[in-house]
Design a binder for this molecule. Structure first.
Ligand SMILES: *Cc1c(COP(=O)(O)O)cnc(C)c1O
Length: 368
C-alpha cells in the first residue's frame, strides 16, 4: 500500500488548535463550574448568531435535540412525523422516543433529500410534523416543504446534524423551520470532544420549553414543571466548541474546495453518480457521496490502494432489525438502491488536495 488516506482525521482539528483548546479546557477546570454555566451561555449566543437564529439551547447530543424538539412541538403518541426513508437512524429514533410514528418519504435521487413532491401521498390526518434532514450537508429543498407544511397546518423540524454552515437561498440553516436540531458529535462539521448537541429556533417559547426539558423539567431547582430529561451540553464541550466556531467558515470553505476538485476530477465517468447541488444552496459538504453500481468492488479497489471509504447508510431504517418488525413498511426503491450503491469518499477540512487527486486517480483507474 503506497497511500494511507483516512476517511476523516478526527484528531486534526485538535492538533490545529491545540494551545487554544488546552487553554479553554483549563479555564473550565479551574472555574470549578462544570454544567449550565458561562461557557454554555456564551456558546449558545455565539452559535445562534452564527446560524442567524434568535435562540440556541445546548443539549447532550443530536438524538436528544430531535427528541426534545419534537416534545416542545407537542408531538406524542398517535402522531405521525414525515421523515426521510434514507437517513441516519437517529432521525427515526427521535420520533419513536416521543411515542410518535415515523412515516418514510423517498428522496430526490442525486440530491438524496426528502422529495417535496412525495409529501402529499404520505400525509394522513395524524401527521403533525415534517422532519427533513439536510443529508450529507446538502440543504433539503425547504421552500416547497415549508409551503406544504403551512398548507396543512404542520410544524417543521429540521435535522441539521450534518449541515453546520450550509445555506439555503443565502440564509444559513438554523431558523427556516420551527426547530432545527444539531449534533456536535466529534465527526460532524462542528464537533466537540465527546457528545454534544443543541437546537436553534426563532421562537422564544419553543426555546424556553427545550431549556426546561433539558434540565429535569425544572427552571428552579426542585420545582419540576414537566417530566424532563437530563440532557445538557457540559461546560467543557461548550468551551471547546467556542474555540472551534470561529474556524468553521474557513474549514467549510476547504471542504467546498475539495468537493469541487472531486466534482471536476470525476466528471463524465460511466456509471459513477455525483452529488447534485440544488440551485441557490451552499452545501456544508459534511460528506462527499458518490454512487456506483459496483460499489463494493470500487470500495475494495480503493482500500487496496490505502484509501478508506465509508457507506452512508448500508441498511435503511425500515429494513433494520430495530424497525423491520414494527409494521409492513412497503418498499422504498430509491432508498434501498442507494444503500447498495452509495460510497462516501474521504472528506474533511484537513484532507489535502494532493490526497483528493490520489482518490480521483484511483477511481479513474477502476473505471478504465
Ligand atoms: C449524527 C446524526 C444524528 C445524531 O447525532 P448524535 O449527536 O450522534 O446523537 C442525527 N441525525 C443525523 C442525520 C446525524 O448524522
Amino acid at each position: 500500500m503506497v497511500n494511507s488516506i483516512p476517511f476523516l482525521d478526527v484528531g486534526a482539528a485538535y492538533r490545529e488548535l491545540r494551545s487554544e483548546t488546552d487553554g479553554a479546557i483549563h479555564r473550565v477546570l479551574d472555574s470549578g463550574w462544570y454544567l449550565l454555566g458561562k461557557e454554555l451561555e456564551s456558546f449558545e449566543a455565539e452559535y445562534a448568531a452564527w446560524c442567524g437564529a434568535q435562540h440556541c439551547v445546548g443539549l447532550a447530543n443530536g438524538l436528544e435535540a430531535i427528541v426534545l424538539g419534537l416534545k416542545a412541538l407537542g408531538v406524542g403518541p398517535g402522531d405521525e412525523v414525515l421523515v426521510p426513508a434514507n437517513t441516519y437512524i437517529a432521525t427515526w429514533l427521535g420520533v419513536s422516543y416521543v411515542g410518535a410514528t415515523p412515516v418514510p418519504v423517498e428522496p430526490i435521487p442525486g440530491l438524496w433529500n426528502m422529495d417535496p413532491a412525495r409529501l402529499e401521498a404520505a400525509l394522513t390526518s395524524r401527521t403533525k410534523v415534517v422532519l427533513p434532514v439536510h443529508l450529507y450537508g446538502q440543504p433539503a429543498d425547504l421552500d416547497p416543504i415549508l409551503e406544504f407544511a403551512k398548507r396543512h397546518g404542520l410544524r417543521l423540524l429540521e435535522d441539521a446534524a450534518q449541515a453546520h454552515g450550509a445555506r439555503y437561498q443565502g440564509l444559513r440553516i438554523g431558523a427556516h423551520g420551527d426547530v432545527v436540531a444539531w449534533s456536535f458529535y466529534p465527526g460532524k462539521n462542528l464537533g466537540c470532544l465527546g457528545d454534544g448537541g443543541g437546537i436553534t429556533t426563532n421562537d422564544p417559547e419553543l426555546a424556553d420549553r427545550v431549556r426546561v426539558l433539558r434540565n429535569y423539567g425544572s427552571r428552579v431547582k426542585y420545582k419540576n414543571e414537566v417530566k424532563g430529561h437530563n440532557s445538557r451540553l457540559d461546560e467543557l464541550q461548550a468551551a471547546i466548541l467556542r474555540v472551534r466556531l470561529p474556524y468553521m467558515d474557513h474549514w467549510n470553505a476547504r471542504r467546498a474546495t475539495l468537493a469541487n476538485q472531486y466534482l471536476q476530477g470525476l466528471r463524465g465517468l460511466p456509471g459513477l453518480g455525483l452529488p447534485l447541488v440544488l440551485e441557490g444552496t451552499q452545501p456544508a459538504w459534511h460528506l462527499f457521496v458518490v454512487d456506483h453500481p459496483r460499489r463494493d468492488a470500487l470500495q475494495a479497489h480503493l482500500l487496496e490502494r490505502g484509501i478508506q471509504t465509508l457507506i452512508h447508510y448500508p441498511i435503511p431504517a425500515h429494513l433494520s432489525e430495530a424497525y423491520a418488525s414494527d409494521r409492513d413498511w412497503g418498499i422504498f426503491p430509491i432508498t434501498e438502491a442507494a444503500s447498495r450503491t452509495h460510497l462516501s469518499l474521504p472528506m474533511g477540512p484537513h484532507l489535502s488536495p494532493a490526497n483528493v487527486d490520489v482518490v480521483i486517480e484511483a477511481i479513474r483507474a477502476f473505471q478504465a
